[in-house]
Design a protein around this ligand. Structure first.
Ligand SMILES: [Zn+2]
Ligand SMILES: [Zn+2]
Length: 94
């Protein structure tokens, strides 16, 4: 039992994987250690999760991501409306 499970140089606190600060805790998604500056808190239901910058970017939890899906939603509605109007015009004309 000679401390083989220890990570190399693990004296002292865990380091953030994005900067050299001391890690505050693991990312809720990828479990990389992150500090308070390099993570965003997300309110996903009951608990507050800390998500690292990398996962935050991937998931697009940002405002631009929300607006992107909203734009897609609007575009889909427009396409459906246009199709409906075209179908009505086609069936109305003899
Ligand atoms: Zn950091
Ligand atoms: Zn992460």
């Amino acid at each position: 039992m000679g401390g083989q499970l220890e990570i190399a140089g693990s004296d002292g606190p865990q380091r953030c994987s994005f900067c050299s600060n001391e890690a505050a805790g693991p990312c809720a998604s990828c479990e990389r250690p992150v500090c308070g500056d390099c993570c965003t808190l997300t309110e996903g239901g009951v608990r507050t999760w800390a998500i690292c910058l990398e996962c935050d970017r991937k998931k697009g939890r940002s405002l631009s991501g929300a607006w992107g899906s909203f734009g897609l939603f609007l575009a889909a509605i427009l396409v459906i409306l246009a199709a409906a109007v075209a179908a009505m015009a086609w069936t109305a004309s003899p």
